[in-house]
Design a binder for this molecule. Structure first.
Ligand SMILES: [Zn+2]
Length: 408
């Protein structure tokens, strides 16, 4: 069990914004004490010399399976619309995945996340040629990087009723633990029969969790009202009508805004100004750099002339922690006693004062994933001074030697 005293930290919380010089005592996986000065009690003492400490970032919607698609050969002809983007790119990629590729995607995607200070991933997984065991392989890959995740398998009728049934069953085969929780994945209304969507809702109730689904990313999709509930996660919600948006908000659903993905797919700008407080940020598979995603959220809002002040983006980052708290049943993101000790330490030494009042300005124009120097998950270092623990790279090198042996 870790016993750690972090001295001379500058604790930064996004919302309500606070910037405060503190010492933090960590016992096991939890922050147990926070005060301007704490005395050591025999634990390991680390003097942070004024470095910024934030709670590990939460990516509320991603697809680790897309990690190995980066830079892949383009489709035979450029997709002309959203459906063609799915058909010619993503539905070809996910169908080509086998379990080893799934695990490698998860491990490398999660390593990238940790390097950006992101410790919790809400992953939405699809590998229709390798459904059984895919969630377990995701867990294995993510565990190698030391991160945590809320996993789900993307249920859809696009591959026929048998694949839909097996997608549902894959959830039942997965046992959640301290670092891994389960949602019930559903692709989107437009690829789901009403009866399959209903089964997703029933399974979520049975497993005491929520449905994680794409909603109205493009005008071709509709609102899946029958699965609404306080743990339902709605990714995108770009094209919901005002009434639909109100209904989802009133049902207590979580919204996830993915500005970079929406821009990249040219699907339009979500009505973020009307989104509820329960709105977090996701990358939709474009890495896991939440500093970048937050910055795009703010700049896109300005570009669109939307009534979304930068402070609203800070609120979204904090909401990611609240979402994680609901799924893990423990407090995340407060940096207060009782909070899970998932932390990122930043070498951020700005040329201007850093205060609670100007925190949004620092996030937009300065603070960045490149400042992340160390990351802890449950009180253990998973990145230290920009280096991953030797065990990870030792393991990778052992595999590389095996591979090279085969190549000889
Ligand atoms: Zn997505």
């Amino acid at each position: 069990m870790t016993a750690l005293l972090l001295r001379n930290a500058v604790a930064v919380r996004w919302h309500p914004a606070s910037v405060e010089p503190v010492d933090l005592r960590i016992d096991g996986d939890t922050i147990v004490e926070r005060a301007p000065k704490l005395s050591p009690r025999g634990e390991t003492v680390i003097d942070l010399e004024g470095r910024v400490v934030i709670a590990g970032m939460v990516c509320a919607h991603t697809h680790l399976y897309s990690t190995l698609a980066r830079g892949m050969p383009p489709p035979p002809r450029p997709p002309q619309n959203f459906r063609e983007i799915l058909e010619t790119i993503w539905w070809r990629v996910d169908r080509a995945l086998d379990l080893d590729m799934v695990e490698a995607s998860a491990a490398t995607g999660a390593l990238d996340a940790v390097a950006c200070g992101t410790t919790t991933l809400f992953d939405h997984h699809a590998s229709p040629s390798a459904i059984e065991g895919s969630l377990e392989r995701l867990r294995r890959g993510i565990t190698r990087a030391g991160a945590r995740a809320v996993l789900c398998y993307e249920v859809t009728d696009r591959g026929g009723p048998d694949e839909a049934r097996r997608g549902l069953a894959e959830h039942r085969a997965f046992l959640p633990d301290a670092r891994f929780r389960l949602a019930v994945g559903a692709h989107a209304s437009f690829t789901l029969e009403e009866s399959t969507l209903a089964q997703c809702g029933e399974l979520a109730r049975e497993l005491d969790t929520g449905v994680h689904i794409h909603v109205a990313e493009d005008p071709l999709d509709t609102a899946p009202t029958r699965i609404y509930g306080p743990r339902t996660i709605l990714a995108h919600a770009v094209h919901l009508s005002a009434d639909e948006l109100r209904a989802a908000s009133e049902a207590g659903c979580w919204f996830v805004h993915n500005p970079r993905s929406n821009m990249n797919n040219h699907v339009g700008y979500a009505p973020v100004a009307q989104f509820p407080a329960r709105t977090a940020l996701g990358t939709d598979g474009i890495g896991a750099d939440m500093f970048a995603e937050a910055r795009f959220a703010a700049f896109k809002a300005r570009d669109a002339g939307a009534d979304v002040p930068p402070e609203r983006v800070l609120r979204m980052l904090q909401a990611g922690h609240e979402l994680a708290s609901e799924y893990f049943g423990r407090p995340f993101g407060t940096l207060a006693p009782g909070s899970v000790a998932d932390l990122a330490i930043l070498d951020y030494d700005p040329p201007t004062p850093l205060t609670a009042e100007n925190l949004a300005g620092h996030l937009l124009f300065g603070m960045d994933a490149r400042h992340v120097s160390s990351v802890l998950v449950e009180g253990d270092f998973v990145l230290r001074e920009r280096r991953f623990p030797s065990a990870i790279m030792d393991g990778a090198r052992a595999q590389a030697r095996r591979l090279w042996q085969k190549l000889r």
